[in-house]
Design a protein around this ligand. Structure first.
Ligand SMILES: [Zn+2]
Length: 196
């Protein structure tokens, strides 16, 4: 399989001594390991391994499973990622949300809007389109990019850069109709519209 390319957002909270410069998933609060791949894990699977009771709706499985919502999420389309970024609050000096391109591989589940993957790694981070973003935020972004050893790239150039590493797995339009029904059943991308 050629690795899949996708686009997603992360939260970074510099004020949190535990997370520091780590990229953090918006919903699952998973910390993405710097300079390494993220190995997706399902909370139901982890509960099973730790001997905790597992809900009947999510039997233990390797992530991602088609019937679950686990896995490393990414949009097929950069514009969807940018749209989601616009819906979130503006970043402040210490806590902010920003996006980038990711490479996804291993076990994957393909949805109309995006992909869920077993393994993922950031390829590049996206410079904020807002030219008024503070110098403190810009410095924090640079430190995060350095921690992950990835470049900071303008949104206009991000797709061209990412496609050097993999390919889009966006379904053809006729497949989107079929996947759309599955999406309604699965609840793809249950990300918050606002940061908590
Ligand atoms: Zn799962």
């Amino acid at each position: 399989m050629i690795p899949a390319v996708g686009y997603r957002l992360w939260r970074v909270d510099r004020a949190d001594g535990w997370t520091g410069t780590h990229l953090q998933s918006l919903v699952a609060e998973t910390l993405w390991p710097p300079r390494d791949r993220l190995v997706a894990a399902c909370s139901a699977w982890l509960a099973h391994r730790r001997g905790r009771p597992v809900g009947r709706s999510a039997p233990p499985h390797v992530s991602p499973a088609p019937e679950c919502s686990c896995g490393a999420h990414a949009f097929h389309d950069l514009r969807q990622m940018l749209r989601q970024a616009d819906e979130l609050e503006s970043p402040d000096a210490d806590r902010f949300v920003f996006g980038g391109a990711v490479l996804c591989w291993g076990r994957v589940v393909i949805h109309p809007e995006g992909i869920r993957a077993q393994y993922a790694r950031p390829l590049a981070l996206c410079r904020p389109r807002d030219r008024e973003v503070s110098l403190v935020v810009q410095r924090n972004l640079r430190e995060v990019a350095d921690a992950y050893a990835v470049p900071l790239i303008e949104a206009d150039h991000l797709v061209a850069y990412a496609q050097e590493f993999g390919t889009s797995y966006r379904p053809e339009p006729q497949r989107v109709r079929l996947l759309g029904r599955a999406r309604e059943a699965l609840g793809w991308l249950r990300w918050p519209r606002r940061r908590p």
